[in-house]
Design a protein around this ligand. Structure first.
Ligand code: KG4
Ligand code: ZN
Length: 341
């Protein structure tokens, strides 16, 4: 089965066609970074308008590379939450129109489930990754969420713990804003961090007890803000790199410690990383080291699978379809996910 996936929950308009075994046949992501960059964060109304502009060309291009075009598509999967409602409705309306006009089955997909299953995708030209078997523990760290899940199957997902306040990606974006590094903050802070001293600035490590699987990033963000207020924005590249490295060190340690604590608590020696923050080089390196020490097998999807994309939505939708599930034209959008509460 070949499923067309559509994603428009935040600031990426994306479409992909994926086989039910996870093979990606085509994919396209149109980013809105240039539109939101000047505001230092996503502006919901602008996001909806950009999705409206991009949705038809993006879907068209993703489908047109298939030999049979739309004739090669067997079903449509679409993110129907969580996310910005106006943004979600653009993708949802497009998906319904395609499904209705071509008489194809339609399924809604929880964006978070998409991230949790993205590790099963495979693309041409990518090194064949080792297949990941269920159950696994997944760390989902993005701009909107930071949580640990136990994943027993494509529809069996249990929340183990999550952030009490900011998401890890949100903390990256806010720190980057304080240092005038632009939006989104993750990639630039990551790059600078690799050139800095992680112990240069003493920052607090909130919720560091291994007993709790909850995170908190708002205190860390405030500590960086207070440091910047006290000493001013570092004027040298090295000063900036040291502050980024110190901030990243705390975030990465927290994410890795809690993830391993979750593996231990659940008795599962498999850890999967997902979400935009999983693109972080520091996190990837530290997780590899700590997992090797703890005898936990680490699965890190390629960058394209970590950040928002439609292939993960198509794959998650395909699993619902294979299980015999369908949605109707009444399918609605939701802003909060049932698997994050
Ligand atoms: O999963 P995603 O693409 O969108 C959401 O669902 O939120 O994640 C975007 C978030 C942003 O906050 C961005 O700053 C962060 O992921 N991010 C990173 C890196 N690349 C993206 N954070 C840390 N290091 C990175 N290399
Ligand atoms: Zn996401």
């Amino acid at each position: 089965m070949r499923v067309l996936g559509i994603e428009s929950s935040c600031d990426e308009t994306a479409a992909a066609v994926v086989q039910s075994d996870g093979r990606v046949l085509s994919e396209l992501v149109a980013s809105q970074i240039d539109v939101h960059g000047p505001y230092g964060g996503v502006v919901p109304e602008l996001a909806s308008r950009e999705h409206l502009r991009a949705i038809v060309p993006v879907v068209h291009q993703a489908v047109s590379v298939l030999p049979g075009g739309f004739d090669d598509v067997d079903a449509v999967a679409v993110t129907n939450g969580p996310g910005l409602i106006g943004a979600l409705l653009v993708g949802l309306s497009a998906a319904k129109a395609i499904a209705w006009s071509r008489d194809l089955p339609l399924v809604g997909v929880d964006h978070l489930i998409g991230h949790l299953l993205a590790v099963h995708l495979s693309r041409d030209g990518e090194e064949a990754a080792e297949a990941v078997s269920y159950p696994y523990v997944a760390l989902l760290a993005s701009g909107g969420h930071t949580a640990l899940y136990r994943v027993d199957g494509s529809a069996q997902v249990q929340l183990l713990g999550q952030t009490r306040d900011d998401a890890a990606g949100e903390a990256y974006d806010k720190v980057a804003k304080m240092l005038a590094l632009g939006y989104p903050g993750g990639p630039v802070v990551d790059r600078l961090a690799s050139q800095g001293d992680p112990l240069a600035v003493d920052l607090p490590m909130p919720m560091k007890s291994r007993r709790s699987l909850e995170f908190s990033f708002s205190g860390l963000k405030t500590a960086v803000a207070q440091y910047v207020k006290r000493t001013g924005v570092p004027q040298t590249e090295q000063g900036c790199a040291d502050l980024c490295a110190s901030f990243q060190h705390v975030v990465v340690e927290l994410l890795v410690r809690k993830s391993l604590a979750a593996c231990q608590r659940e008795g599962i020696p498999r850890l999967v990383l997902g979400g935009g923050v999983a693109a972080n080089r520091g996190l990837r390196a530290r997780a590899a080291e700590a997992c090797a020490e703890a005898g936990v097998r680490l699965h890190v999807p390629p960058f394209a699978s970590c950040t928002d994309n439609a292939a993960m939505i198509a794959y998650a939708g395909a699993q619902r379809l294979v299980a015999g599930e369908r949605d109707t034209m009444e399918l609605g959008a939701f802003s909060r996910s049932p698997i994050s509460v």
